[in-house]
Design a protein. Structure first.
Length: 223
């Protein structure tokens, strides 16, 4: 990572996008503007690495809830729900929001598959490095398992995910056969597992109504 005049650019995307990669000195839960700005940056970063998101879906202002982090699906889009530790600590906001931002690329009701959860976990680690915060990453359990499996993909998890999205669209839609065609040298047992539904589903089933005043209607991203 290189830093120039306050702008930090991750090496693999240098020249393509520039992020402020700076965290506000505010309290996250009281800084709706800062949260929205970060959401936009993380979407830009995710799209630069993993391909464009589904722009038919709206993305709303992230929320804070006790049962976060997770993704909330609305009738016409989705938004990130951050957990209690994010309320007061920006590094945790980065960790949680970056993970959920991968789910925002093609938002679906959970469960998604092991591939998407592993890629989301890897992207979260990547983003935490971009923002130079202490990295929080799973060391055991299903997210660690998912991370270990996606790291076995040729060229690494993020490049492999970009390839899958180019070929199939959504990470969650890929089949075992498609993964075999895309990554013929990779262990079939891992590919089969990656295509299967993820073990844990923290999100409630069902959609929520469209939020009344989407924050983005006031601050439209220039995309
Ligand atoms: Zn997830």
């Amino acid at each position: 990572m290189t830093a120039t005049a306050g702008l930090v650019v991750a090496p693999s995307i240098a020249g393509e996008i520039k992020l402020s990669a700076r965290l506000p000195s505010t309290v996250p839960e009281h800084d709706a503007h800062g949260i929205w700005a970060l959401q936009q940056e993380l979407i830009t970063l995710a799209e630069s690495l993993l391909g464009k998101r589904d722009h038919t879906k709206k993305i709303y202002q992230p929320a804070f809830q006790e049962n976060g982090p997770r993704l909330e699906i609305t009738l016409d889009g989705a938004f990130v729900v951050l957990g209690r530790y994010s309320k007061v600590y920006w590094p945790t906001v980065i960790c949680e929001m970056a993970h959920e931002t991968v789910h925002l690329l093609n938002p679906i009701l959970c469960p998604t598959n092991w591939l998407e959860e592993g890629v989301a976990t890897e992207f979260s680690i990547y983003a935490q490095n971009v923002y130079s915060v202490p990295v929080q990453s799973p060391e055991f359990g299903p997210y660690f398992e998912a991370l270990t499996m996606v790291r076995a993909l040729p060229s690494g998890a993020l490049a492999a995910a970009n390839k899958v999205r180019k070929a199939v669209g959504a990470l969650s839609a890929v089949s075992f056969q498609q993964l075999r065609t895309l990554f013929p040298s990779c262990d079939s047992a891992i590919l089969r597992r990656l295509s299967e539904k993820f073990a844990t589903c923290p999100r409630p089933q069902g959609t929520v109504p469209i939020p009344e005043e989407p924050y983005q209607s006031k601050r439209s991203p220039k995309r």
